[in-house]
Design a binder for this molecule. Structure first.
Ligand code: CDP
Length: 221
């Protein structure tokens, strides 16, 4: 069977990981959550007590950070299970600074590309279609209004028991989108050959079905 790569990009809390996981399951592909890798790196910097806005203090950790994405969506950072911690509000508030550092991106992108070398993958992030996997067979750019995205993330956090307010989430989403789309290296941007999907008024099942239809159309099923 031919190896296939599906790239799902888009702004914060657009629901990419929820649908990417379901699509991977349905297609029998490996799901790769690149955002979790930037989050784990951020968690590590915070554990070390450094200021995440300080490029020079954060970048050297590329030499000591080891991030592993387990098949069951568990995230390990230097052997520590950080699956829950990386979703905390304090990590979200700092991750876009870390993700703007070129050295950190090169370090993580290298690993992401390796993960996609041997398996069919569904990879979600900000720069997958434009930079990480420019030859992906299918590229989706998943968007939704800021209000919808903030509400989705708020509900998700409530379910996971992560403390936050809706206003705080909306501010975080706006701020991350700004930093992510204005950074110099591999910013959040729709690839020229990506299909944009506005999911503001779609439920998870509708989004999954729409993307599966696109995949089957592209890979000729
Ligand atoms: O909160 P959400 O699920 O939307 O974000 P995420 O996918 O967990 O990504 C967290 C942050 O990591 C983003 O806001 C970006 O700053 C950064 N990121 C990135 O720069 N490039 C990627 N491929 C994935 C995430």
């Amino acid at each position: 069977m031919k190896k296939v790569a599906i790239a799902i990009d888009g702004p914060a809390a657009a629901g990419k990981s929820t649908v990417a996981k379901l699509i991977a399951k349905q297609m029998g592909y490996t799901y790769i959550d690149t955002g979790a890798m930037y989050r784990a790196y951020t968690w590590y910097c915070m554990e070390k007590g450094v200021d995440c806005t300080n490029h020079d203090a954060c970048v050297p950790f590329v030499n000591e950070v080891n991030i592993v994405l387990k098949p069951n969506n568990v995230v390990l950072c230097n052997g520590i299970d950080v699956t829950k911690q990386i979703r905390e509000t304090r990590v979200s508030a700092n991750v876009s600074y870390i993700a703007s550092y070129k050295e950190v991106r090169l370090f993580l992108v290298d690993q992401q590309r390796k993960m996609a070398e041997n398996d069919s993958v569904v990879m979600d992030g900000r720069d997958i279609g434009t930079y990480v996997l420019p030859n992906a067979e299918v590229k989706i750019f998943q968007i939704a209004s800021v209000e919808t995205r903030a509400k989705r993330r708020y509900d998700e956090n409530m379910e996971k028991g992560i403390l936050c307010t809706l206003a705080e989430i909306e501010e975080d989403v706006r701020k991350r989108d700004y930093i992510d789309s204005h950074r110099e290296f591999a910013p959040l941007k729709k690839a020229n050959d990506a299909i944009e999907l506005d999911t503001s008024y779609m439920n998870v099942e509708e989004v999954v079905n729409a993307i599966i239809k696109i995949i089957n159309g592209k890979i000729g099923k």
